[in-house]
Design a protein around this ligand. Structure first.
Ligand code: BGC
Length: 751
């Protein structure tokens, strides 16, 4: 149940949205859910195929360029288009915009990992065919995007003509009026080769600036005798089959890129094609199913009591899997591989909203994300120097390969909290895995370099450590002194850097590292002092943490009287207008209270929640989930549920109005967080794992698994009872509310 996203009508108004929703991917390759045969010219399509991290660099043009503004921006590219298959039924070209659609159904199978369209079509000349299109992007052979089409004539049809096309002349999508989408530099690839080779079509494209290559090697076949021809132009290869039906056509497209394969992109693609030669589409589907069975076994979240939320959470988890990079040069873009919004960039979204999902369900994927960030550490060091810091590393706000790609520094580079977010995710990884090797090999360096940056950025004044002129998560309030979120996260970062230093010292592992990182005990003491004296703005009258030094002195934005059409505010007001008011785009202080709940007492947390909730627009999709989690903590059951509702189906219902540009991946991670950290009350701290379950009363039951220090724990919440079962691993003590419970394999503990 709820394993399929089905559209049973051809919805012309939502074609673009459905392209994102029905996109397929595997973390390396992503293909939007476009129709093989295309649309009518009246309808816009963002026809897209993307390879994670495959990018070009473009110049950033500024009216008034200031010192250390980035010159270049990276951009994920729409690569060679292999989606096209045109079908002619006795000369009538098949299109869902002509003739008659007798029946139509389109499905994305979340458990089987493929999408399909089933169509009964009557051509303008009365010829009828039943067609079934299936496609998958393989989780097993990551380079493969396969299409399988069955065509069955239903009345007297003499000839079926199938034209399969691969097009190297591709561009990116642009929109000048939306800052969340690129406004220029649409064309960044040229075709450097187009030929037939070893029975395959082969197209190679090269980027303008970075000189990266991407190839698409395609094999096609039909299961019927008939005629075959091919046509090669500078940028397009077409293969034409003419048969008398019924017929089955298949098209295997293999994508390779020079980031992963160096100079031999083409040869590698051909090799992969040869390996696939004997694999039928059914065999691909069964490999895919096996992979997904394995994934869902421990990642599924079962909600008993609401089918549509069940569908929502599964869809989100599936899309996270489809988007997350699984090799050392890729991460997870804010739109995954489903669209071009935010140009394929990686943000703090990864560490705070998505990584925890993988950490608790698929730690190997989480580790890869951390290692990818680690690979950007040298660029972050360079960026820190450019920004005038003598020490430390400053991670870019948005990037693909490490260069800062944000041209709007107030809501970009100024978000220094990304450093502490990255540090936080390393600490969480360590707390969940206790991986000492990882701590020594990677974590210590990241913590040291980020701690150094805080010392270089902040200063001591009147006995406090203060951090001026940064931007917190809320992008409607920029360049402020002492943003609570930033300061509390920096404090955690600094004190953990100290802790890790001392831990390694105790285990006699620090000497070599000290030389390597040029570390000394005085420096570590300074981190400790800065951490302990970190200024956390607090308003005595309101009993809340102030978002920053000046926030509470500003006028409040009148949200009740703001015209509905003016949301999101960022599309209707100059940034300065927004900065002058108390109005939040997203959770800021409230997020700080979630991530580091022991830094505030419960009254402050409650009062802050009430205060900030009233002035938050949730114009960023990263917001609802945090409010849901904290509402759960505070016992605001209705609110927790209502925010979760907005989160769980945000893209399925296009709640932010821009799903066409790609899925909101951080929100998708956030929906899982709202269940597991919200309703089930998970926290992982130095003391271990704890749960504070509160099952929404609308549900009969909730069930999921967590991985923790080599164990697998099953958690079932049913009415007022919570059952914990250790499914794998050694005995473990965890905390259930205020009580310690001991788990032994196979024994269910009911609470
Ligand atoms: C949010 C940021 C987020 C970015 C990418 C923006 O709208 O305000 O917090 O990192 O989107 O998802």
């Amino acid at each position: 149940m709820a394993w399929a996203i089905t559209k049973s009508e051809l919805d012309h108004k939502n074609l673009l949205i459905n392209e994102s929703l029905l996109s397929l991917g595997n973390g390396y390759l992503g293909v939007r859910g476009n129709f093989e045969e295309g649309y009518d010219s009246d309808f816009q399509s963002i026809r897209g195929t993307y390879i994670n991290a495959f990018h070009d660099e473009t110049e950033i043009t500024y009216g008034e360029k200031q010192y250390a503004f980035p010159d270049k921006q990276q951009k994920l590219l729409n690569v060679i288009d292999a989606q096209t298959v045109q079908i002619y039924v006795d000369g009538d070209r098949f299109s869902l915009f002509s003739g008659e659609i007798v029946s139509f159904e389109r499905t994305l199978h979340l458990d089987k990992g493929y999408s399909e369209r089933k169509i009964h079509w009557k051509s303008p000349n009365g010829k009828e065919v039943q067609m079934e299109f299936r496609r998958l992007v393989s989780f097993v052979t990551r380079e493969l995007f396969a299409i399988d089409i069955k065509i069955e004539p239903l009345n007297d049809v003499n000839e079926l003509k199938i034209i399969s096309r691969v097009d190297g002349d591709v561009s990116n999508f642009t929109d000048e009026n939306d800052p969340r989408v690129a406004s220029g530099h649409a064309k960044r690839l040229f075709v450097s080769e187009a030929k037939m080779t070893e029975g395959f079509t082969a197209i190679k494209d090269t980027t303008f600036e970075t000189q990266l290559d991407v190839t698409c090697i395609t094999s096609t076949c039909v299961d019927k005798e008939g005629s075959y021809n091919n046509y090669i132009s500078d940028s397009v290869i077409e293969e034409e089959y003419k048969v008398k039906g019924p017929v089955r056509f298949s098209k295997y497209n293999v994508y390779t890129d020079s980031l992963r394969y160096g100079e031999n992109v083409l040869e590698e693609g051909i090799k992969i094609q040869h390996r696939l030669a004997n694999l039928s589409f059914e065999e691909l589907m069964s490999e895919q199913k096996e992979y997904l069975d394995n994934f869902w076994k421990l990642t599924d979240v079962k909600i008993d009591g609401d089918k549509s939320l069940q569908e929502g959470i599964r869809f989100n988890l599936y899309q996270l899997l489809q988007s997350v990079g699984k090799d050392p040069i890729s991460n997870i873009a804010s739109k995954g591989l489903s669209g071009e919004g935010y140009e394929g960039h990686y943000f703090w979204d990864t560490e705070i909203y998505m990584l925890p999902v993988f950490l608790m369900t698929n730690p190997a994927i989480a580790k890869n994300l951390l290692l990818h960030r680690y690979s950007l550490l040298n660029s972050a060091r360079e960026r820190a120097r450019e920004m005038g810091h003598e020490n430390g590393a400053l991670f870019p706000w948005r990037t693909i390969t490490g260069g800062e790609s944000s041209a709007f520094f107030p809501a970009g580079t100024a978000q220094y909290h990304i450093n502490a977010d990255i540090a936080y995710s390393y600490i969480q990884y360590y707390l969940v895995t206790r991986d000492e090797e990882f701590l020594k090999d990677y974590m210590v360096e990241v913590l040291v370099e980020t701690a150094r940056l805080w010392i270089d950025t902040g200063h001591f004044k009147d006995g406090q450590f203060r951090i001026d002129d940064v931007t917190g998560p809320d992008e409607y309030t920029c360049i402020v002194n002492n943003n609570y979120y930033t300061n509390v996260m920096a404090k955690h970062n600094l004190l953990w850097a100290v802790k890790v230093f001392r831990h390694l010292k105790e285990t006699n592992k620090i000497e070599e590292l000290s030389n390597q990182l040029n570390l000394n005990a005085d420096e570590v003491e300074l981190w400790e002092e800065a951490g302990e004296k970190m200024f956390l703005p607090y308003d005595e009258n309101l009993g809340i943490h102030a978002q920053d030094d000046s926030f509470l002195k500003k006028a409040r934005w009148n949200l009740e009287n703001t015209n509905k059409e003016n949301f999101p505010l960022l599309l209707h007001y100059h940034p300065l207008t927004l900065y002058r008011y108390q109005v939040c785009k997203q959770a800021d202080t409230v997020l700080g209270h979630f991530l580091l709940e022991d830094e505030a007492d419960i009254d402050t947390i409650r009062q802050s929640y009430d205060y900030y909730e009233a002035i938050t627009t949730h114009d960023s999709s990263l917001s609802y989930c945090v409010f849901s989690i904290m509402a759960s903590k505070l016992g605001y059951e209705k609110k927790a549920y209502s925010y979760f509702n907005k989160t769980a189906r945000l893209d399925l219902e296009n709640r932010h109005g821009n799903t066409k540009d790609g899925l909101h991946m951080a929100n998708m991670g956030g929906a899982w967080l709202a269940i597991v950290y919200g309703f089930a009350g998970l926290r992982v701290k130095e003391s271990g794992l704890s749960m504070h379950p509160r099952l929404p009363k609308q549900w009969n039951a909730l069930e999921f698994h967590l991985r923790f220090r080599g164990r697998v724990i099953q958690i079932k919440m049913e009415n007022d009872i919570v059952c914990y079962t250790l499914v794998e691993g050694n005995n473990l003590t965890i905390q259930h509310r205020e009580e310690e419970i001991h788990l032994e394999q196979g024994i269910e503990i009911r609470k």
